[in-house]
Design a protein around this ligand. Structure first.
Ligand SMILES: [Zn+2]
Length: 144
């Protein structure tokens, strides 16, 4: 696919760059130690390292993210907790709990709206995006 800026043929879809540049590492190393001294004892130690390794280019080509609902859920739980502590105790705690509940609902609703209305077109745009390896520009193609 020709670059719209410089006409170079050295282009790749962002999706491909992202997948190629992101590797999940899982290495396992075993070390064996032996202790002499009349008695013979041997021990093994296994260390597992795992994580995600990403090139700079891949992180630039990363897809848009859905909004997380974690914050909203936490606020809801906090609201329930505060309300529960406030029953028969303090009107202020009840009030705070109510505010936290309302905030939690609001956050959840905003995340849901974003994921439903804003995220899909962003994701489609990302899928149709290409990166030019010569001039480094990102451009959309395939939506005409
Ligand atoms: Zn270019």
């Amino acid at each position: 696919m020709q670059c719209t800026q410089c006409g170079s043929e050295q282009t790749q879809r962002l999706e491909v760059i992202y997948e190629q540049g992101t590797t999940t590492i899982r290495t396992q190393s075993t070390s064996v130690g032996a202790a002499g001294n009349g008695n013979f004892g041997a021990g093994t130690a296994t260390t597992t390292t795992s994580g995600i390794q990403q090139t700079k280019l891949a992180s630039r080509a990363a897809p848009p993210q859905r909004k997380s609902k974690v914050g909203g859920v936490c606020l809801l739980l906090l609201g329930i907790l505060l309300g529960w502590m406030g029953i028969g105790n303090s009107g202020w705690l009840l009030l705070l709990g109510g505010v936290a509940l309302a905030g939690g609902f609001l956050l959840l609703q905003r995340a849901a709206t974003y994921n439903r209305d804003v995220f899909p077109p962003l994701y489609r745009q990302w899928q149709a995006s290409w990166l030019c390896h010569r001039c480094g520009c990102i451009y959309q193609y395939g939506q005409h």
